[in-house]
Design a protein around this ligand. Sequence first.
Ligand code: PBG
Length: 327
Amino acid sequence: MIRHRRLRQTAQLRNLVAEARVHPDMLMMPFFVADGEGVEEEIDAMPGVGRRSVDLLLPKIREVYDLGVRSVLLFGVPDACKKDAVGSEAANDYGCVQNAVRAIKKEFPQMVVACDICLCEYTDHGHCGLVKDGVILNDETLPHLAAAAVSCARAGADIVAPSDMMDGRVAALREALDRNGFHNVIIMAYSAKYASSFYGPFRDAAGSAPSFGDRRTYQMDPRGAREGMSELFSDVEEGADILMVKPALAYLDMLARASSATTLPLATYNVSGEYSMVKAAAQNGWIDERKVVMEMMTSFVRAGANIIITYFAADVCRWLKEDEAAR
Ligand code: PBG
């Protein structure tokens, strides 16, 4: 008789044959950086996640660094008065994200710092590109994204991560980065990024909800799987260094496909709505947060992720340390 249970008898045997393992090195933690000083606001739908000005962000980074987090992804939340039609503030060398990059790199030189590159947090209409007569423009948006990426590179970012979903943005960023001497700055492309309702809490956090319409003319239709592969392949061709599938949980099939069809490192983004659902259920005592989160993280690794972007990163590091101590 074939006895599958033979290898499941003890924790040590299960550990010995385990396939997918989660490690702190693969976790990237997102942060929202606000303008000003002394700003620390909790985000209603994301308990434990806040918007902070640089002065209060640094102690938080210290806390997660001490737990083992070694990479962060920064989002800017500029004051409303700084927003305009083309998102100029995204390319301000002294904008909130650029200031945060310099401060983090100074205090934590080992920290890998990634910057989300998009206009939606910086435009007064909340779309990820320029708008004309209600249409989101593609080619006209590219120079603005490139300028934002170069500005973040100048501040010291290791990685720029375009999340806007305009066509040709990876090539435009690569060209602009190289032209400015940043040939070693890494592009992590949000390649297969779907038009998802799981981004809801993020848009409240970042103040980036579109003022009209939705993002379905640029983010992908959730019904497309082969289409997602086209997006991934074009980002490879345009020179991306790391590919991403987003969201994570409802798109694990795309992660598995990407993992077998491409050779670049793969990231997945465990997005805001996925975080909020777990938090809400845990607060109600309906699920065991730690076990559910670890099961989710394991599923991302099993599906092929090398990098997991998650608001749970610091918790996961802490839990892994506890597991190691109890081993
Ligand atoms: C910016 C951007 C979004 C997210 C990452 N970058 C929001 C959106 O596309 O509307 C979502 C992240 C999350 O939900 O945690 N374009």
